[in-house]
Design a protein around this ligand. Sequence first.
Ligand SMILES: [Zn+2]
Length: 114
Amino acid sequence: MAGLLVLVPAAPAAAAQDVRTVVARVPSGSGADAVSLDTTLYVTLEPCAMCASAMVHARVQRLVYGAADPRVGAAGSVFNIVQHASLNHQLEVTAGVLAEQCATLLREFFAARR
Ligand SMILES: [Zn+2]
């Protein structure tokens, strides 16, 4: 599952569904689900608390995101669920990759939907 590319859609519930779908696609017996998905999740926007929690429960190894979300971001902006010491799994996080391009992509996406 290494090198997986996932673009998280706008709606939080849909994003969480995507994370659950990724988890469901790990073949049983592959060993990947025993400890960690050995997966890097690439997303345009910093995950919310719901998506971040799904990533922790799925034991996704690494999160790479573009734009920070200062309103509800849960990978360092408002909360840091993905690296919370009290939880049984913490993700490696790389933040701000192509941040401006990701923010522009999201702004254009929402502008087109209005
Ligand atoms: Zn979310």
